[in-house]
Design a protein. Sequence first.
Length: 177
Amino acid sequence: MTRIGYIVGSLAPDSINRKLARVIADQAPQRAEMVEISIAELPLYDRHLDADFPSVMTEFKEQVAAVDGLLLVTPEHNQSFPAPVKNAIDILSRGGSSELAGLKLGITGASPGRFGTINSQSQLRQCLPPLGVKLMGSPVLAESVREGTFHDDGTATESTTKRAKDYIEAFTTFVES
Ligand SMILES: Cc1cc2nc3c(=O)[nH]c(=O)nc-3n(C[C@H](O)[C@H](O)[C@H](O)COP(=O)(O)O)c2cc1C
């Protein structure tokens, strides 16, 4: 079984990125186990914490270390990725070990904007490779969400569901390779 962790980059209870993450998880192939890794409780990182990382941070790092691949499902805030995602990246890169080195990573996201989360994703594609992650290049999943994209029962439109299925199939293969 391939263990794939996923991080939802939004803390909003009605997050469209959480809805997208759920559709992706539902569409994962049977050989993949999808586990959410929450960033909601992480305190803000600062370098004075390096000497003695709070347990909530070390537990988060251990959760990431335990998966075979990590998927970011993140909004776009002001043409970039949101602060909680940056905070999570900083925490993973510090505290005596970096779980990012060699980590197989995928980036996805949803926004009501015309271009989905393409700016957020391109900035992540810029900052993550120097930290040693192995980034999946394609396919790209940047969902431009409309009214009716997601349904109350957690499903999505046929087209969004197909893109999510194609993406998670490709990412699982990438993680296994
Ligand atoms: C501070 C802030 C900045 C935003 N900036 C962008 C942006 O640059 N591009 C975009 O497509 N959407 C932007 N949005 C709209 C978000 O895409 C929208 O709120 C979306 O629902 C966020 O995802 P979530 O529902 O998972 O939290 C912004 C929203 C907030 C709160």
